[in-house]
Design a protein around this ligand. Structure first.
Ligand code: ADP
Length: 192
């Protein structure tokens, strides 16, 4: 059985926190494009330096760069049984790119899970995270921009997965453990 899942949700919805545990439970890697960009930036790679121009203002990194990165990561052996994608795809073009790269090996996305929290919670959570982690893109103006980008570019892809009949909604409010239980149920339904 494969588990090729897309985990969606606004910034601060808990995708990063939850994807690792869910991936471990399903025996597949959690792949976060944001984390890969941040790791590249920390190592001052060319990719990281290029991505930073966009991340620092809350914009999306160009599709061409992001798609190439994801395709290379999905080709690694640990992703053969599946993956949890956290933060990708983030617009319609990336949905198409993901479909195309999976189709090359006769595969497709099994399901998408939408982790939702209200907008006022997003800002509160990210400002709180800024104090703990010191992530450079967690300042109020950049947070507002990321929320705007989420609504304008990423939310339309929720409708796309809904049309495909592969969208599962999970309430992201509550304790980490409570959300993990709901998420696991949604993942089981998505890959059933
Ligand atoms: P969050 O979801 O909390 O905003 P992420 O770690 O997922 O945080 O993303 C941080 C930044 O990395 C984004 O604002 C964007 O600049 C870049 N990024 C991450 N994933 C993508 C993607 N799929 N396409 C383009 N840019 C991305």
């Amino acid at each position: 059985m494969s588990a090729r899942l897309v985990l969606m949700g606004p910034p601060g919805s808990g995708k990063g926190t939850q994807s690792a545990g869910l991936a471990a439970a399903l025996g597949v890697p959690a792949i976060s494009t944001g984390a890969i960009f941040r790791d590249n930036l920390a190592r001052k790679t060319e990719l990281g330096i290029e991505a930073e121009r966009y991340m620092s203002v809350g914009d999306l990194v160009p599709d061409e760069l992001t798609d190439r990165l994801v395709e290379a990561r999905l080709a690694e052996p640990d992703a053969a049984p599946g993956f949890i994608l956290d933060g990708y795809p983030r617009n319609m073009e990336q949905v198409k790119a993901l479909d195309t790269m999976l189709a090359k090996t006769g595969k497709s996305v099994d399901g998408a899970i939408l982790l939702s929290i209200p907008d006022d919670q997003i800002v509160a959570r990210l400002l709180h995270r800024a104090q703990i982690e010191g992530r450079e893109d967690d300042t109020e103006p950049v947070i507002r921009e990321r929320i705007g980008v989420y609504h304008s570019k990423t939310e339309p892809i929720v409708g796309e997965f809904e049309r495909r009949g592969s969208l599962h909604r999970v309430d992201g409010m509550g304790s980490v453990e409570d959300v993990a239980v709901r998420l696991r149920a949604a993942a089981d339904a998505a890959i059933a």
